[in-house]
Design a protein around this ligand. Structure first.
Ligand code: GUN
Length: 297
């Protein structure tokens, strides 16, 4: 049976380290990192995420600035807030919660964020730096969390075959670009497969490490996994609970019961990648603070 990768425990450990650094910075400089989170509209899932980000900031001692705009806000209003945050010295990191209401073009908003405050790692400058292997950038939080978990469970990544299922800008594409780089947290041979593949299993069965971010339950079944593989399940899907159909439960994109019999290690859902995401956002915000204050990382 596979080892269960405890993302919650790793996240707690990292948050403790971040909190320690923040306390020392506060004492030495009288300053703490600040994260601004912008939410447009009232999407319930986004409201939960934004609240969790605020709580994460409190936990490590960051200043948290939450800006809630009504759903009918114009692109211009949002861009003017982003400009203000770009210029604010108390704000080290800016995150505009996605998705935005349909009438606002997401790319134009992402492009307006100062790349040096883009702790989401979505700005084209940060995306480009990831592709060319310039580590002076921000890695998007979910793939960054996956990379940390992979590194804790695989001794030497050099030459390992990492297969990504999914090609989103938030997970699939960045994790592939991060893990193919020649550095000690990566150096993998990377394959990206997605819904256009006639047989996803053809690819996943070759993976020493699988990162599954397809957005659909049961995308990867037990017979699609190589014996001993490390499986990172990024999916979060709410499905009817088979034990009690009046209830729902969260599952990933991987069939967990089947996969844990074949894999050597696997992330559960919930409790795997999820808790790492906000933690890496906090890590990025601390990195931004250090950058803005000329402190060596
Ligand atoms: N919506 C879902 N995931 C994310 C994320 O990582 N960042 C932002 N800004 N919005 C999201």
């Amino acid at each position: 049976m596979a080892v269960i990768i405890d993302g919650k425990a790793v996240a707690a450990e990292l948050r403790e380290e971040i909190a320690g650094e923040v306390a020392a910075l506060k004492e030495k400089r009288g300053l703490v990192p600040g994260l601004a989170v912008v939410l447009v509209g009232q999407d319930p899932a986004s409201q939960v995420y934004v609240r969790m980000k605020g709580k994460g900031c409190d936990e490590v001692g960051f200043a948290s600035f939450q800006h809630m705009l009504p759903s009918e806000s114009s692109r211009e209003e949002l861009l003017s807030l982003v400009q203000k945050l770009n210029q604010s010295p108390e704000v080290n990191g800016i995150l505009v919660q996605l998705p935005l209401p349909k009438h606002i073009d997401e790319n134009s908003v992402i492009n307006a964020i100062d790349p040096g405050k883009d702790v989401d790692g979505f700005h084209p400058v940060n995306v480009g730096k990831i592709v060319i292997g310039d580590r002076d950038c921000f890695y998007p939080c979910t793939p960054y969390g996956c990379q940390v978990l992979i590194n804790r469970h695989v001794q030497s990544l050099k030459g390992k075959h990492l297969v990504v299922v999914g090609r989103s800008n938030i997970v699939g594409k960045p994790i592939a670009n991060m893990m193919v780089q020649k550095n000690d947290m990566a150096n993998c041979v990377v394959t990206v497969c997605h819904t256009a593949a006639p047989d996803i299993g053809y690819y996943t069965r070759q993976g020493d490490i699988l990162v599954v971010a397809a957005g659909r339950p049961d995308t990867v079944r037990g017979d699609m996994i190589k014996e001993g593989a490390v499986v990172i399940d990024v999916g979060v899907n709410r499905v009817p609970d088979p034990a009690d159909p009046s209830k729902t439960k969260l599952v990933g994109d991987v069939n967990f019961e089947e996969a844990e019999r074949v894999a050597s290690a696997i992330t559960p859902v919930p409790g795997g990648v999820g808790p790492m995401t906000i933690t890496m956002l906090l890590a990025n915000t601390l990195k931004a603070f250090k950058l803005h204050h000329g402190i060596k990382a």
